[in-house]
Write a protein that binds this ligand. Sequence first.
Ligand SMILES: [Zn+2]
Length: 329
Amino acid sequence: MSYPVHRMRRLRRTESIRRMVRETSLSPSNLIYPMFVVSGKGIREEIKSLPGNYHVSPDMIVREISEIRKLGISAVLLFGIPEKKDSLATQAYSDDGVVQRAVQEIKEADTGVVVITDVCLCEYTDHGHCGIVKNGQLLNDESLELISRVALSHARAGADMVAPAAMLDGQIKAIRIILDQNGFPDTAIMAYSVKYASILYDMFFKEGVKTVLKFGDKSTHQMDFSNSDEAMREIMLDIEEGADIIMVKPALFYLDIVYRAKNEFKMPLAVYNVSGEFAMVKSMAREGYADETSLCREIFVSLRRAGADLIITYHAKEMARELLKFQQG
Ligand SMILES: [Zn+2]
């Protein structure tokens, strides 16, 4: 039996009715806010290409976190920009590195915001690659030792979760082992399981973490965006190695991967709505082609509908503010 008995429009008639039958929710607790920690004191500078996002020194971070907590955002993801970069990324695993100091500050303030730290070497190496490089090649096993050292130093500082981003083989296992051996069995791992070699990261590197790739590209370790089965194998390996949360990055162009990942693995799933995606929204809004908030809501609900539990996004604060208004309205 179909029309006129069935009229789909009955349940679309008013906003109150639409709300009753809405299948997908979006709330500030789904959002994770990335933050960029710089060395120095008293610094809070807006990043030009990522408006609403700041370079913040460790002493200023608690103030920022209080705002995030008020907005109901679950977690922050910390990136570090060290004062000095070198070939072995020594600042990445130094106990008084910028991220380590920021984590300590946040934990001392006991804000309740979950602290996740990005674990990679590319923000700390002078050549901009994600590990140790020899003869123009990124070495896998040799880099794992340094990467696990970074994760351990973040756990020691008090991080709730570490997020290995390098796409090196075996990185989750290496980190799980070093954390467990050093008394951090409860520090969770949010794995950048499927990170595609994407053009959409450029602004993050140029202005966010001020890293320039001196040679080559990242296509020998990040995934080819033509592949989908391979993404499932990446996730499977990360789960076997001990990942607690899996991630797909970037987000919007990869909804099929998000959908498959959620269906195949039923794991807590994060997506990273990256700087290029952020810029597309900002450009459309600036040109007057779309209202920014409406655009963000549609994008984020589509990510949730595809299967994402958590969305890492530079829009987090603005979006949370709007969602709180919407919930009250
Ligand atoms: Zn990296």
